[in-house]
Design a protein around this ligand. Sequence first.
Ligand code: ZN
Length: 281
Amino acid sequence: MTTPESQVAPPDRNRLAVHTMTTKPLSLAKAAEAYSRRGIPGISVWVEALEGMTTASAKQIVDDAGLKVPALVRGGFFCASDSLERGKRIEHNRQLIQTAADLDAEMLVLVVGAEPGVPLDQQRGWVRDGIESILPEAEAANVKLAIEPLHPMYAADKSCINRIAEARVICDQLDHCLVGIAVDVYHVWWAPDLSREIKLLGEAGRLFGFHICDWRVPTRDLLTDRGLMGDGCIDIRGIRTEVEAAGFDGWIEVEIFSEEHWAADQGDYLDKIIQRYDTHS
Ligand code: ZN
């Protein structure tokens, strides 16, 4: 699937959001100011960016900059062999839902976790049970819960959900309007069933989030060498065209973990992000 870039219009700038982790060296205040000054309307806030401040002051920072918050990133990590530990993690997710609500975030992104050595199917049961346990809080706060499948290289210790299809099974089992999926091109671009799964998500109204970056060739580090859009092999524009054809008109969130880009001037980097959003997203 390749979509000639010239045949598809660039995405709407009003849908651009940047994850605070993308500009990790910047504090929340500095990031909000830098995004706002460049006309970036959305900021997805990582829990790490809130360290050392109250949620109220974080909300004030975001509001003062005139930004919207698509997502609080990230909750989940439901998988642990010890049931007491699983309970603690569920409780932590309840608190994160409250934080998301206090920030007026649309969704809490769930990276579901993994416990090495436990059958993946059994772990997915923990994930389903965990999400079910926090649904009352999500309902009360009106915060969406977005399961994010992670690339299978993380199956052992970060996410027992690696394909959209596995996340969709849990969505089908819970069958709740606040439970859906965040599609991150970095994690799913390779999947042979990607087009079909995007279509199914759209039909079910479960496409909550869309994250972009690129897959560098070669990738020098599996955690922190994500590429700027256009610097890798992912047909981002093609995938965007498919999620939009499936009815998605939400935020397009730039989420890049990169030692190389974190070492650069973050203002110049944000200028490049906007440029590549226009030309390669
Ligand atoms: Zn993501």
